[in-house]
Design a protein around this ligand. Sequence first.
Ligand code: SAH
Ligand code: SF4
Length: 385
Amino acid sequence: MTANLLDYDLEGLAAFCERLGEKRFRATQLFRWIHQKGAANFDDMSDLAKSLREKLKTCAAVSAPRVTFQHQSTDGTIKWLFDVGAGDAVEAVFIPEDDRGTLCISSQAGCAMACRFCSTGHQGFSRNLTVAEIVGQLWFAEHFLRRHLGREDRVISNVVMMGMGEPLQNYQAVLHSLRVMLDDHGYGLSRRRVTVSTSGVVPMIDKLGRDCPVALAVSLHAPTDMLRDNLVPLNRKYPLQELLDACQRYLAFAPRDFITFEYCMLDGVNDTAEHARALVALVSAGGRSRAWCKFNLIPFNPFPASGLLRSAPAAIAAFAKILGEAGIVTTVRKTRGDDIDAACGQLAGDVMDRTAVEQRIAKQRRIEIKPLAAGAGGKLSGDAK
Ligand code: SAH
Ligand code: SF4
């Protein structure tokens, strides 16, 4: 069987080389050829012994998922669609800025979490991506961009796992992929510049803290369990208090001294002054300092099936002001790549849904979301069963 060398972190590649009767430093050389130089052809790896190159040709390959579509936005954002077989395709997006180049990558084909405001969630879930499929997005993008921009130095300085899928539901593959990104012989990215974004898989947040503490972003979206249960169904399993406790525990390992909360601004649903004040109370409960978290407000990127609308700019500004005045650092995310559907939550790819997600989301939609009542949090009526 042919081994795909993009599937291995350095440890895995060393074990593979050992099985071929090769020394560990060969694995380091090979790893550097693949990830630092973008080589896929063993004949190009000039400092490897010819005998090893011949051996590799018989049992290994460097194979990233095939790009079937590339689209560049007027603002420089580039989106790629990768074919991962059996009718599934996932997306990655490159976002250039003055001081950094960020790649947003996918961790699953689809997503089983069924968040109401997310286009990937509406697609349903097909399968977990392999390490080669996750790392392959970075491998392809980095080396494509170097060629495209005529650069020899690193183009991608930051990676965010904010594309399709819930990274902490594909833990092992994500962990190995993170190790390739951080490895000095791989992409050499700093832990502060690699972000895992999660809808709140509490036990895996703890595990990530122990195994590979990169920057953590948590998709909060609501100040109360009642509202969050409806927007992020995973909240029924891991409610807000458990999630916040896990975030606090993560701080002991995190590469920065704060957790980022993402908050998608939905018109009339979670964007009033009462919601903002409830959020301030939530994150400062138990005498916690407000400096332990930052908020990133994401203007909702609408898509027809959601039945939801983006908050008005004035509502977003007023919301940010309340958080800011309470001492919480708050930013409003600029939407990038809007013209090519490359903004947050618009990465729909094309997956075979194996989870009947539309039925589940239809059930959630039967719940009417009412304004937050004083002291009570999000009031919902209707039957979610
Ligand atoms: N599954 C992970 C990471 C992928 S989603 C998570 O949920 O965190 C990345 C971010 O995009 C999350 O914060 C998510 O809530 C947000 N998002 C999803 N759909 C969106 C939409 N339509 N508009 C704006 N943000 C959205
Ligand atoms: Fe999945 Fe994240 Fe979308 Fe929720 S927001 S459905 S967890 S990708």
